[in-house]
Every structure is written in structure tokens, then in C-alpha cells.
Design a protein. Structure first.
Lengths: 334, 220
């Protein structure tokens, strides 16, 4: 609050008060009081009046500054009325109480929403675990039927499994810090895990996978990294060219290690590249192929951020796409 | 024959897993009474226990340490959180596999745990079929007193054909078997590799030992 704001706020009453002083002075003058005494009285009244104004301004400013400082220090600003000191004046106190009631109902609404979200997340996780039992049973039953039907059914089961995994990781990405454990992991084991999971899809699409230099080790959560790589492999199989080849290569870059996933697929138009990590973005390729959810790369980005993995994508239409995962440097504890 | 005990409450998975293990020439024992798991493990003394965590009434993890004193354990569960895995491994479990598992991967890890615990019958190093003998560790094939070296791809293809000697192996099955050995090839590459393998075998004086069955696959 500045002094001009303060004056502007009280201008009407100030003018009224000054007009009143002059009216009283005029009355006294007409009833025969000496002009000198009136001048003295007027001066005294005006002085007291301005002193009072200044005092009010100083008090209000101090209080506002204090409240603003409290607000600035709060992490959850909706808790303001819980932390601010209760005012002394009746009018302010009533306003404060009203604000507090409004804040309270807000806090309740927020915590209800949090609880509902947590319960939903827990239910999704539980559901994912339950659905895995019948998927496993179906996979085992598949082993005993003739090979052509088995392959087709396995393909469908693998798709179900991929969708279920995405749901699980989506729920996990909400509070990622709880669920991953960073361990020394070889790139080869991440790659073998991801390829194994999506083997049926890759074989069905006639994909050849070449690997090079995967002896490098990184510090990350192997399962999360394999899930991310799995999303990239699925995309490569889905948006493939006539003779699809995926190359997985490790590369040491100073203290960091990169995993480069290169395909020779149909590629992504340049103007769509900045948006491919957005939630629900499907782009031209997704629309023309159908069945695209726009979730795979979005989840990759979320998980990569949580694991502090750098994620870059380059693509040329008709030539292929290259995604680079840059794993964080090993932190030496001394 | 090695005995593998299955502790799993889902009846379909239990039966199918037992069937699968018996096909792989293990002896499978299924636990159906979950009140007396420890006693059953103690009396059967299996070479390996496949332990599910979500058992009726009790958490499989609570048995882990006690079972581990008798037999190695592979935990098989639908719980995928990193914390569960860590707890299972800390309680002595030898491996941790999440459902739904890839069946060849499951079998490979069973073999690995059995081998580590020294109960696995030594894997045959030599395969013999159709007048060929194949050394898996050296990567060489011998016939008519002559020996030729094979590349990794050729070795795996020949090994798969020889272990199914006389049968028709479809190209799709062959590709699947190769992928399970971390050789991620496509159909064309398979043709190229088979052609190379044939010419190597011709060098040993074996003409047309791998027959192409049109529309069906290969046959040794």
C-alpha cells in the first residue's frame, strides 16, 4: 500500500472533514469570534487530523506488510488464515472469520480430492496385479496349442500386457519417488528385458534388432528404463518401414552414458516433433495408423524426468527416428 | 530328475506350470494346502521352490527365510514394486520374476538358479544328430572326421534343428528360438544365415542335410 493509494481510498471522508472545519470556522466568524483564535483552532484541528491520518496509514501498512510476509513464507497458501494472527478489531475479526470458513471448506475439498486420487491410484495398482494372474494363466495355456494359433494369441496377450503396464506406470508416475530403486544396471539387461517383453510384437512386424556396445553400465531403475525402452520399441514396430531395423547402441559421453534407439521407420514431421511428449498427442502418423493413444512417449518423458534421464528425439520423414536416453553420471560418494 | 515345488494359489497357473515343467523333464510338485507349506517343503526336499507371494491368508515373504534353509527359491509374483523385490531378495530368494513372465525366460532362470546351486545335471555340451556332432562351448561342428567353426547365429540355428532332428521346424519357431537367445533377426536374415550354414556343411561333405520343406520350414 502506498500513501497515494491510502489517500485516494479516503479522499471522500477527508474532503468532508476539511469542509466541516471550514464551515465551523465560518460559523464562529459570523458569531463574533476573533479571526486569530479561529485561525489557531483551525490549524490545531488540521494538524491533529493529519497526524491521525499518518498514524492510521503507518499502522495499516505495518499490518499488511506482516500479513504479506506470512503469505510469502507459506508453501500451501490456502492455509493462510490458519497461520495469520487473529485481528483485534471487531470488524476485521468478522471478516477474518468469514475468510477462515471459506478456507476451511477449501482445505476439506482439497484433502478429499487428494484422498480420492490416492484411493484410485491404489485401486489401479491392485487391479493391475490382479489382472496379471489371468494373463499369466492364459500365456501358460497358450504353450499347449498349435504354433500358429499360439503365436496369434500370444501377440494379443502381449498387447493386453503392454496396455496394463502403461496403466500401472501412469499411476506410478503420479508419485514416482516412492517406487524406484537406483541400482547399477547394464544396458544389455535393460535391452534384453524390453526386447523380451515386446518380442512377439517385434517378430510379427518382421523387425530385426541390432545391438552394439551395450556393455556400458548405468545407475538407474532397470524396470523403469526397460518400460521406457519398451515404449520406444513399440513405436518403432508400429511406425515401421518395409524392412524395419532397430539399432540399440550404447555410448559413453564423458561421465554420462547414452542409449541410442534408432529406427528406419516412417519418421515424424518436423513441426510435430516438439509436441510428441505431450499427453494424448498422436500426430499425423498416429491418426493414419489408428490405435494410437498418445500415452507412450508422454509416460516416457514423465518417468525420464523422475529418473533424471535426458530424453531427446530426432526424426526425418521417410528416413527414421532416433531417440537418445542420456543416463545421469555416476555420483561418487566419498 | 530334479524336483521343483510350485507354491501358487491360482489353480490354472499351478496346473499349467506343472505341465510345462514336466514337459521340460522336471518333476513338478504342487502345493494345494497352504496351511502346512513349510512341512510339505521339509518332507519333499525339492531342488527348487517357485513361490508366489499373494497366498491366501499369509504373505509368501514370511516363508522365504525358512524355505531358503531347505531349498533355493524363485519368487514369482504379480507385485512389481521395487520394494517388494528388495525385500524378497533380502530374505534369501535367489531370483524374482514378475507375472506375466516370458516362458523361455522363466525356464532359463530356473536353469540358472539350479546351476548356481549345483543341482543342475550338467548340460550336454555335445549334440549329435544326422551324422553331425556339435560342440556348443567351442562352437564347432564335426562330420566325416572334419571340423568347421560356426558363427554364433549359425551355431544356434544348427543346435535348434539338431535338438528337433527329424521334425519340421517352422521358420517362425526358429526365429522365436533365436530371439530367446538374444539373436534378434528377421526372416531375410534367417534365410541368409541358413544358406551360409548349408555351405559350411557342404564343406564338410554333407550335401542337403538341412532340407527346406516348402511352406512349412526346415528339417534336419
Amino acid at each position: 500500500m502506498t500513501i497515494s493509494e491510502f489517500i485516494l481510498d479516503r479522499l471522500d471522508r477527508m474532503l468532508l472533514r476539511i469542509a466541516f472545519f471550514f464551515a465551523v470556522s465560518a460559523f464562529l466568524l459570523l458569531t463574533g469570534t476573533q479571526a486569530g483564535i479561529i485561525a489557531l483552532l483551525l490549524l490545531a484541528c488540521l494538524l491533529i487530523f493529519f497526524a491521525e491520518l499518518l498514524f492510521d496509514f503507518w499502522k495499516e501498512k505495518k499490518r499488511l506488510d506482516e500479513l504479506q510476509a506470512i503469505m510469502r513464507r507459506l508453501d500451501e497458501r490456502y492455509l493462510f488464515t490458519e497461520c495469520a494472527p487473529r485481528p483485534r478489531r471487531l470488524y476485521e475479526r468478522r471478516l477474518f472469520d468469514l475468510l477462515r470458513l471459506s478456507g476451511k471448506s477449501m482445505i476439506e475439498a482439497v484433502s478429499d480430492a487428494h484422498a480420492a486420487q490416492r484411493e484410485y491410484r491404489e485401486y489401479i495398482e491392485q487391479w493391475v496385479h490382479e489382472i496379471k494372474t489371468p494373463i499369466t494363466a492364459a500365456k501358460l495355456i497358450c504353450q499347449n496349442i498349435d504354433s500358429d494359433t499360439r503365436r496369434r494369441l500370444s501377440g494379443e496377450l502381449a498387447q493386453i500386457d503392454a496396455h496394463v503396464e502403461r496403466a500401472l506406470f501412469y499411476a506410478r508416475a503420479e508419485s514416482p519417488e516412492k517406487d524406484f530403486i537406483i541400482k547399477k544396471t547394464a544396458l544389455s539387461s535393460i535391452c534384453e528385458g524390453a526386447i523380451g517383453t515386446h518380442q512377439t510384437l517385434l517378430i510379427q512386424n518382421g523387425v530385426r534388432v541390432e545391438t552394439e556396445n551395450l556393455e556400458e553400465t548405468v545407475y538407474t531403475d532397470g524396470k523403469w528404463a526397460a518400460f521406457m525402452l519398451g515404449q520406444l520399441l513399440q513405436n518403432a514396430a508400429r511406425y515401421r518401414s518395409a524392412a524395419p531395423v532397430i539399432t540399440l547402441s550404447g555410448k559413453r559421453l564423458g561421465r554420462q552414458v547414452q542409449l541410442i534407439v534408432r529406427d528406419n521407420g516412417i519418421g515424424i514431421p518436423a513441426h510435430e516433433l516438439p509436441r510428441v511428449f505431450d499427453r494424448g498427442f498422436t500426430g499425423r502418423n498416429g491418426r493414419s495408423q489408428g490405435g494410437s493413444t498418445g500415452m507412450g512417449l508422454y509416460l516416457c518423458k514423465r518417468l525420464a524426468d523422475a529418473l533424471e534421464i535426458g530424453l531427446q528425439i530426432q526424426s526425418t520423414v521417410g528416413a527414421g527416428t532416433c531417440v537418445t536416453l542420456t543416463f545421469p553420471a555416476e555420483i561418487k560418494l566419498t | 530328475m530334479q524336483t521343483i515345488m510350485i507354491v501358487e494359489d491360482d489353480p490354472v497357473i499351478r496346473e499349467e506350470l506343472a505341465f510345462l515343467l514336466e514337459n521340460e523333464s522336471y518333476q513338478a510338485l504342487s502345493v494345494t494346502d497352504f496351511e502346512t507349506i513349510l512341512e510339505q517343503v521339509r518332507s519333499a526336499c525339492p531342488d527348487l521352490v517357485l513361490l508366489d507371494l499373494g497366498l491366501p491368508g499369509r504373505d509368501g515373504l514370511s516363508f522365504c527365510a525358512a524355505i531358503r534353509k531347505i531349498a533355493p527359491i524363485i519368487v514369482i509374483t504379480s507385485r512389481t514394486s521395487a520394494l517388494d523385490e528388495l525385500r524378497a531378495l533380502n530374505l534369501g530368494s535367489d531370483d524374482y520374476i514378475t507375472k506375466p513372465y516370458n516362458i523361455p525366460v522363466l525356464l532359463a532362470r530356473i536353469r540358472a538358479v539350479l546351476r548356481r546351486n549345483g543341482t543342475e545335471d550338467a548340460q550336454p555340451d555335445m549334440l549329435k544328430a544326422a551324422g553331425l556332432s556339435l560342440s556348443l562351448t567351442k562352437g564347432t561342428v564335426t562330420a566325416n572326421g572334419q571340423t568347421a567353426e560356426l558363427t554364433r547365429n549359425e551355431l544356434k540355428i544348427l543346435a535348434h534343428l539338431m535338438s528337433h532332428a527329424g521334425e519340421i521346424v517352422s521358420r517362425a519357431d526358429l526365429i522365436e528360438a533365436l530371439w530367446n537367445s538374444q539373436i534378434y533377426i528377421d526372416d531375410n536374415t534367417l534365410s541368409v544365415n541358413v544358406t551360409r550354414l548349408r555351405s559350411r556343411l557342404e564343406g564338410l561333405g554333407l550335401l542337403d542335410v538341412i532340407k527346406t520343406r516348402r511352406g512349412m520350414g526346415y528339417q534336419l
